[in-house]
Design a binder for this molecule. Structure first.
Ligand SMILES: [Zn+2]
Length: 56
């Protein structure tokens, strides 16, 4: 059976079919949200808007 490691916590997941893991490639919804959250955080840091609203 194929195995993957959760991208967040590295827990090993064994599955028959990818559709067995609705949260693939994570072990659970929590890990998925944590990973997504940190990714969005990175994005936000990169795309920090340069607020130039004082131009008047
Ligand atoms: Zn996990």
């Amino acid at each position: 059976m194929p195995k993957i490691k959760c991208r967040n916590c590295k827990k090993e997941l064994i599955y028959d079919c990818i559709s067995d893991i609705p949260t693939f490639p994570f072990c659970c919804e929590r890990c998925k949200l944590i990973d997504l959250g940190s990714w969005l955080d990175e994005e936000r840091r990169i795309e920090e808007p340069i607020t130039d609203d004082k131009a008047e």
